[in-house]
Design a binder for this molecule. Structure first.
Ligand code: NOJ
Length: 774
């Protein structure tokens, strides 16, 4: 049972209201609990603080009530019916209501709506023996009603504050809709573009993942303490190394060295925890032979003792039950025991904790102290959220209406969308397009499409507000009658007569915008691919349109780095536009028509060939590095068909300016052990427009006791460079930025020579050298 992600929103405001009404009926068709339950409620002594109250509650709880606090189910009251897989363990409302009343449930997820939330919460608070409030969680991955760019797209903005702001806006929509916990951010460093969930994270680089992990946790949890009604608990996921699935196939095994685990996959979790995240989700994958949801070393020794995590661990969807399929547990009872002892505090969907923990504790197979510890962790987060003071915190139907899909949120979505766009290529300054006097053919399956603007993971996005490319173009053009639309092809299937119509449209136009790429359902959970090219029918369309000889701007829609091949690769202009959310058409038009210069940078390298995966710019050099400028060079580390570089590397992205970098200068070629050095570069914009440039600082440790990557991003800065000006950009470089994970598994730094680049992308420019001296 691995299905878990409702991928596409189908919900309109109307159906939302209808389902809320249905919810009321479902919920209250259940007979009310006898008031006898109330009478049986133990009376708490007065004057207790939260910690005392939690201990008192634990002291009062039966084993079933304790296990109940650790039991998390899908919300059957408010869940979107279309997104439910019949095998996924979704209970019926009557059964779940009974469970709440019996104290057998501590949390529900993926149901939203303030009014209904209040009614469900009331059952827990008023009709159970101990009155412990429920925790409501949801996957608010890139927006709730207002849909922001997918996290990978937003990573392209290289902008922590933007990530914090969109995470805050999304969390606010969640909070007023009765949600307390967000299953985000996903902070799995993604180095294999075949893996479908690249779209949910910040891409291939460790530092960028760390910075955005921190920003997103801060955005989700807010600045006013967790007990502020607008704050949600963040849940960085998936712990750990889930994205390193062999072959890029989702759910697959991972196997890696300690240095890779600690140097690549753990740092974003450290950043998220340091930023205050109070929950972590354990993953599906097997790591070096021990599934992560049954992995004591990772969940307890590393996560708790080393990373200093104080919140609770929630398993991913049935992942503790999957210990059986992994061949790590004999049956459900064994799986519950292993997961519990490993450090999973809350069990998602399987029900195994409720079913087996009471007996496991009675028989002494799980110590009572461990059960109490897990309950204490969950109750502590509930208390931190203020749920013991106001179990209905945030659930305000009036505010819900005002906040969800507000004008400010859509403005932010448009802004974030525009900042996420990456210009890969712009031969002959084909872009920007002219808002008037230019006949434009907008061709491709995404030309007028609205079904694929949100991207994956948008359960509740407002479908009435989805700006297509066509709508965005028309709004930006002074003479919209100059725009022709032709789909040309389906996303994965040909369209009868589509290519002929597209060619005709192209022939009549001055310029073609070819909107091609992946559909929203081609990336996300379980959407691994073996081939990173566009689907065949779209390649054929691209070929035919390019053959007209008209200038073509390829406008890619994608949730991962792709292999650009044939006509798509050869087009004079290429723009990466990902899935930008509710405002997609406007964000794209803002950039394509020049209202703003593109400023996004690739958070993932676009390879020459799919077969290069896994690929990241910071791979090691090997003992036989290949010369990227040689077409063929035998007996070096490369493929027959291509050198092992990227077609468009991490960090790459053009502007409408004309940018040149000077050779970097150093305040000193020697970095004394306890002193920083200043490194600077002059960046000139000789183009006609103001731009924002992302200056990147890469380091290579020339000789180390463990081999190091050929380059690693160690800092970056976004700077405005007005037309015709030169700006000097300086960084302070410290010894700590030269550290790596040593053979002992700890951070270390060794004296010696380092190369340094200040460059517009990885793989670019010549380095300067300095020495770290002890
Ligand atoms: C499975 C996914 O892996 C996880 O990211 C998500 O939070 C849960 N399902 C809950 O929907």
């Amino acid at each position: 049972m691995t299905y878990s992600s409702p991928l596409m929103s189908r919900r309109s405001a109307m159906s939302k209201i209808a389902s809320l009404a249905a919810l009321g009926a479902g919920l209250f068709s259940v007979p009310k609990a006898a008031k006898a339950d109330q009478a049986a409620r133990p009376v708490a002594p007065g004057g207790m603080d939260h910690a005392q109250r939690i201990e008192w509650l634990i002291g009062q709880m039966t084993l079933v009530e304790k296990a109940g606090q650790l039991n998390l189910l899908n919300d059957p009251f408010r869940f979107r019916p279309q997104s439910v897989n019949p095998t996924d363990g979704l209970g019926d409302p009557a059964r779940v209501s009974r469970m709440i009343r019996a104290g057998e449930l501590g949390a529900l997820f993926n149901g939203v709506g303030a009014e209904a939330g209040r009614r469900i919460q009331r059952i827990a608070v008023e009709e159970t023996r101990l009155g412990v409030p429920l925790l409501f969680a949801a996957d608010i991955i890139h927006g709730l009603y207002t849909v922001f760019p997918v996290p990978l797209a937003e990573a392209a903005a290289f902008d922590a504050d933007l990530a914090r702001r969109t995470a805050r806006a999304a969390a606010l929509e969640g909070a007023v809709s009765g949600i307390h916990q967000n299953y985000a951010p996903m902070i799995d460093v993604a180095r294999d573009q075949r893996w479908g969930r690249v779209v949910e994270g910040a891409g291939e680089d460790v530092l960028l993942n760390q910075i955005l992990a921190e920003a997103r946790v801060r955005g989700i949890q807010g600045d006013h303490g967790l007990n502020h009604p607008d704050a949600l608990v963040a849940t960085p996921k998936h712990f750990i190394a889930y994205s390193a699935a062999q072959g890029g196939m989702d759910y697959n095994t991972t196997d890696m060295s300690e240095a890779t685990l600690r140097g690549t996959f753990l740092p974003p979790f450290q950043s998220a925890i340091d930023a205050g995240a109070l929950s972590v989700m354990s993953a599906f994958n097997d790591l070096n032979g021990v599934p992560t949801s049954g992995n004591h070393r990772m969940l307890t020794e590393v996560l708790r003792d080393e990373l200093d995590f104080a919140g609770f661990v929630v398993s991913d969807y049935t992942s503790e039950q999957e210990l059986i399929a992994h061949g790590f547990a004999e049956d459900g009872r064994d799986a519950a025991r292993i997961a519990m002892l490993a450090g999973v505090d809350m069990s998602m969907v399987s029900g195994l904790y409720l079913q087996h923990l009471p007996d496991l504790v009675e028989k002494g197979e799980v110590p009572m102290a461990r059960l109490d510890e897990a309950v204490r962790r969950v109750l502590t987060v509930k208390a931190a959220l203020g749920l013991f003071d106001d179990p209905y915190r945030g659930m305000d139907p009036v505010r819900e209406k005002a906040v969800c899909g507000s004008r400010e949120h859509y403005q932010l979505a448009r802004e974030a969308g525009a900042q996420s766009i990456v210009l890969l290529k712009n031969d002959g300054d084909l872009l920007p397009l002219k808002p008037s006097g230019q006949k434009i053919a907008l061709i491709g399956p995404f030309a007028d499409d609205v079904d694929n603007v949100f991207g994956p993971w948008t359960i509740w996005g407002d479908e009435k507000h989805r700006i297509s490319l066509e709508a965005g173009f028309r709004a930006a053009m002074a003479d919209p009658q100059g725009l022709t639309i032709a789909r040309g092809s389906g996303i994965e299937t040909p369209l009868e007569g589509g290519i002929a119509a597209a060619v005709q449209a192209a022939e009549r136009a001055d310029v073609v915008v070819l909107a091609v790429g992946e559909g929203a359902r081609m990336s996300g959970e379980a959407q691994s691919r073996t081939d990173l090219r566009l689907p065949e029918p779209q390649l054929a369309l691209a070929q035919a349109v390019m053959a007209t000889g008209k200038p073509v701007v390829v406008l890619l829609r994608n949730g991962r780095a792709m292999e650009l091949s044939g006509a798509v690769r050869d087009a004079p202009a290429i723009v990466v536009s990902w899935f930008l959310g509710s405002e997609m058409g406007h964000s794209v038009a803002d950039v394509l028509f020049g209202a703003r210069s593109p400023s996004g940078r690739l958070p993932v390298s676009f390879p020459h060939k799919s077969g290069q995966q896994p690929f990241s710019y910071d791979h090691k050099t090997t003992g036989r590095p290949a010369d990227p400028n040689k077409a063929v060079e035998e007996y070096t580390a490369r493929y027959r068909e291509t050198t092992n570089t990227a077609l468009y590397p991490f960090g790459h992205g053009l502007t409408y300016g004309r940018i040149a970098y000077s050779t970097p200068t150093l305040s000193s070629a020697i970095m004394p052990w306890n002193e920083a050095i200043e490194v600077s570069v002059a960046v000139t914009n000789s183009g006609p427009v103001d731009v924002v440039e992302t200056v990147q600082l890469y380091i290579r440790d020339r000789v180390a006791s463990l081999t190091q990557p050929g380059q690693r991003l160690r800092d970056f800065r976004k700077v405005a460079i007005p037309a015709g000006e030169t700006v000097t950009v300086s960084f302070t470089l410290k010894r700590s930025q030269l550290e790596f994970i040593g053979a002992n598994g700890r951070m270390t730094v060794e004296p010696g020579a380092f190369d340094l680049w200040l460059a517009p992308s990885a793989q670019t420019g010549a380095p300067v050298r300095f020495t770290l001296a002890r």
